[in-house]
Write a protein that binds this ligand. Sequence first.
Ligand code: NDP
Length: 234
Amino acid sequence: MYVNSKKKACEELGIYSEEHALPQETTQEELLRLVEKLNNDSNIDGILVQLPLPKQIDEKTIINAIRPEKDVDAFHPVNVGKIMIGDFDFLPCTPAGVIELIKESGIEVCGKSCVVIGRSNIVGKPQAMLLLHQNGTVTICHSRTKNLAEVVRGADIVVAAVGVPEMITGDMIKEGAVVIDVGMNRLENKKLVGDVNFEQCEKKAAAITPVPGGVGPMTIAMLMKNTVKAAQLK
Ligand code: NDP
């Protein structure tokens, strides 16, 4: 679903894209060779390795092999470090999309209490950093957090990036809070739901994102933005 949406967005914008759909049993060396070939291809400005990878391939080794200036996902340690010090070329797509949503909705982050639930390298951690760049007062929650509900109840802005269907319930949301749902969970009945119970939280929130149709499309848009920027920087 992700790969198709990304290809479609490229087509719509007139960005050339190619998909290398490799077999499940591809070795790490084979994938590294492909990354190196694309690193050296002057027609390619951005490289995206769709995660997760099969178990015989070390994700870190592959991400480290992508040239930082072509790393449009912003997962390479050089780009992660640049984000940390606030001097970056690319921002990771999902957290950047969340910030864009907040800004476009006219919501002020400065001085607000922001709670991010989840601390993954691709969403939670960079999300917290980007909210900090916007002068939010940021708390990061994770699976070992005690009194999660209480912490979330104190938040003006809640970003849920957990991967647990509808775990953020209405009673955890402060009246008038902004609720952003990054989660994408496929239920057994094939229904796609977020990490937030939309029906319950909508009643309390000043603004809330739906799933699907909230953060997901923003992620794609930010990927396109990074790709254009990579081309411009080249
Ligand atoms: P990960 O599994 O890498 O991280 C999940 C995080 O949630 C971890 O930090 C984990 O804590 C924490 N967590 C798990 N269970 C609980 C719990 N019960 N209470 C509190 N914290 C908990 O997931 P990702 O960050 O990659 O993705 C999160 C969600 O966002 C998924 O649903 C994914 O599909 C979706 N997603 C959506 C995107 C989009 O474009 N819309 C893009 C990327 C992801 P700990 O570190 O302690 O284990």
